[in-house]
Design a binder for this molecule. Structure first.
Ligand SMILES: CC(C)(COP(=O)(O)OP(=O)(O)OC[C@H]1O[C@@H](n2cnc3c(N)ncnc32)[C@H](O)[C@@H]1OP(=O)(O)O)[C@@H](O)C(=O)NCCC(=O)NCCS
Length: 206
C-alpha cells in the first residue's frame, strides 16, 4: 500500500485541467454508481474561477501521467443571513487511496482555496453518521439544517433518494437535472429523511 509521505498531490479546479475530466469521472462513477459524471464536461466548460466549481486532488507520479485521486464540489450558499459560504458535495477519495490521509489533506486544501480564492468565510456540508468522525477531525460542527439555502446542488446526481431539496435553487440552464427524482420538502428535511446531518466550519486565514 502507498505510504502517506510518498504521495505527491495537489488540488486545483477541474476546469484548469480538462485533460483530467475522464479520470475524475471514473472516480465519481466508482464511488457513486448512480451518478452522472458525464456532466463534468459541460460543468468544466462553463465554470470559471468562482463558484460553483469542481476541485480535484491530483496525484503527480514520476513515470506516469497525473491521475485524479480525490474530488470535492463547491456550490454557492445563498442563505441571506450567512456570510459568503460554500456548500461541499461529492467529496470522495479513490477507494485504493483511502486511509492515507488524503481526504483530510484534500479538505484542508479545499478550505484554503475557498478562503483565499473565493472569499468564503464558512463551509457547509451534509454527511451521514458513518462519516461524522472524519469531519469532526476537521473541526466541522453540527448546524441547524433548515437555515441552509443553496444554488445548483447535486448536478452530479448521486443521491438515489432526492434530486434536490426545498432550499435549493436550480443553476441557470441546469433545471433538467432535478427531473431525475423528487425534491425533499421542508417537512422531509425536518425529519432528516436524507438520514444526514448538516455541518458547518468557520474558515480563518490560519
Ligand atoms: C470519507 C473519505 C473522503 C475519507 O477519506 P480518507 O482519505 O479515507 O480519509 P483520511 O485517511 O484522510 O482520514 C482522516 C482521518 O479521518 C478518519 N476517518 C476517515 N474516514 C472516517 C469515517 N468514515 N469515520 C470516522 N473517521 C474517519 C481517519 O481515521 C483519519 O483519522 P486519524 O487522523 O486520526 O488517523 C473517503 O473514505 C471516501 O471517499 N469515502 C466514500 C465517499 C464518501 O462517503 N464521501 C463522504 C460523503 S459525506
Amino acid at each position: 500500500m502507498a505510504q502517506r509521505e510518498n504521495l505527491n498531490v495537489s488540488l486545483c479546479p477541474l476546469h484548469t485541467r480538462q485533460d483530467l475530466i475522464e479520470s475524475c469521472a471514473e472516480l465519481i462513477k466508482i464511488t457513486w454508481p448512480c451518478s452522472k459524471p458525464e456532466r463534468l464536461h459541460r460543468m468544466a466548460a462553463e465554470e470559471t474561477s468562482g463558484l460553483p466549481c469542481c476541485l480535484v486532488l491530483i496525484e503527480h507520479r514520476e513515470d506516469a501521467p497525473d491521475v485524479v485521486v480525490g474530488h470535492v464540489r463547491l456550490v454557492t450558499v445563498t442563505s441571506p443571513e450567512t456570510p459568503r459560504s460554500a456548500y461541499l458535495e461529492a467529496i470522495c477519495i479513490h477507494p485504493s487511496k483511502r486511509g492515507l490521509g488524503l481526504g483530510y489533506k484534500m479538505m484542508k486544501l479545499a478550505e484554503r482555496y475557498a478562503y483565499d480564492n473565493l472569499g468564503c468565510k464558512q463551509m457547509f456540508l451534509l454527511c451521514l453518521a458513518t462519516t461524522l468522525g472524519f469531519y469532526e477531525r476537521l473541526s466541522y460542527q453540527l448546524y441547524p439544517v433548515l437555515k441552509l439555502e443553496t444554488e445548483g446542488i447535486n448536478l452530479l446526481s448521486h443521491s438515489p433518494k432526492f434530486a434536490t431539496w426545498y432550499g435549493n435553487k436550480p443553476l441557470k440552464g441546469w433545471e433538467f437535472v432535478y427531473s431525475d427524482g423528487p425534491c425533499a420538502s421542508k417537512e422531509v428535511m425536518k425529519r432528516r429523511a436524507f438520514g444526514q446531518l448538516t455541518l458547518r466550519k468557520y474558515l480563518t486565514d490560519s
